[in-house]
Design a protein around this ligand. Structure first.
Ligand SMILES: Nc1ncnc2c1ncn2[C@@H]1O[C@H](COP(=O)(O)OP(=O)(O)OP(=O)(O)O)[C@@H](O)[C@H]1O
Length: 256
């Protein structure tokens, strides 16, 4: 992927995160550019998902979690007391490893967020549902079945529905936590292509176990080890000419 020069949207500064007495993130500092795909890679347990969860405060839901340091998104401190977490999560949507549509119709899944945020007009909701499903490249497959249960869709379709549901509330950021690891290769490819399209409008941060996916899809890659950032580079550079020996060992398959 060619890197694109763009502005920082997410600024993480000296972030420490503790689960009880265990320190899972150690002085993590990075600038994540807007409208690009940033991938987090590293061996199991290195803190990728933990860091991703801090970006929309999903870690608030985990007991005994404590953080130090600062994260700003678009200049606003997301851990400040004034922040309304629901509003933050609207702006910073998330897609998980297992597709998790609600046991509702396809339409109601996408309309859920907009309704929650006060949109009542049927015409407006129809419009949002169509646009979101089109953006998630699912519209053509489901347009005649919008009343059907979301659970009747295939895993790959369900994941695209979850992306449509996240898009429907007009976020700035999309977090993807191993969003393709439960999918077959063709569905995976579709999500990767979709991410490429979505990055023109959204800032995407993805955790992936699959280095090839990071290399194929992302503009920037961050390599983590034991809760620390080892290297943050343009993806092409990180995979072709890593700065750190540990990155080289990891990408060449010597561990992890
Ligand atoms: N809820 C929790 N309570 C206690 N420790 C946790 C919790 N969640 C994660 N950890 C620990 O924090 C460390 C980082 O975990 P995290 O899930 O962020 O890693 P990861 O790089 O995403 O791993 P994986 O690739 O296996 O998903 C691990 O040692 C993990 O055991």
């Amino acid at each position: 992927m060619q890197s694109i020069a763009s502005q920082t949207l997410i600024d993480i500064h000296k972030l420490n995160l503790y689960y009880g007495s265990f320190q899972a993130l150690k002085s993590v500092t990075m600038d994540i550019p807007e409208k690009a795909i940033t991938a987090f890679i590293g061996p199991s347990g290195c803190g990728k998902s933990t860091l991703l969860r801090t970006l929309n405060r999903m870690n608030d839901m985990i007991p005994n979690t404590r953080i130090e340091g600062k994260i700003t998104i678009g200049g606003a401190d997301i851990y400040s007391k004034e922040v309304d977490v629901e509003t933050l999560r609207k702006k910073v949507g998330m897609v998980f490893q297992q597709p998790n549509p609600f046991p509702k119709s396809i339409y109601d899944n996408v309309a859920y967020g907009p309704r929650l945020h006060g949109i009542r007009s049927k015409q407006k909701l129809d419009e949002i549902v169509e646009t979101s499903l089109r953006s998630a490249v699912l519209w053509d497959e489901v347009k005649d079945y919008l009343k059907r249960s979301a659970l009747s869709l295939s895993g790959g379709q369900q994941q695209r529905l979850c992306i449509a549901r996240a898009i429907a509330v007009n976020p700035d950021v999309l977090l993807m936590d191993e969003a393709t690891s439960a999918l077959d290769p063709i569905s995976t490819l579709k999500i990767e292509e979709l991410a490429q399209e979505l990055k023109d409008k959204y800032t995407i941060v993805m955790v992936t176990h699959n280095m090839h996916q990071a290399a194929r899809v992302s503009n920037q890659t961050v390599f983590f080890l034991n809760g620390e950032v080892v290297e943050f580079s343009d993806t092409e550079k990180l995979f072709s000419n890593p700065r750190d020996q540990r990155t080289e060992d990891y990408i060449s398959g010597r561990f992890g």
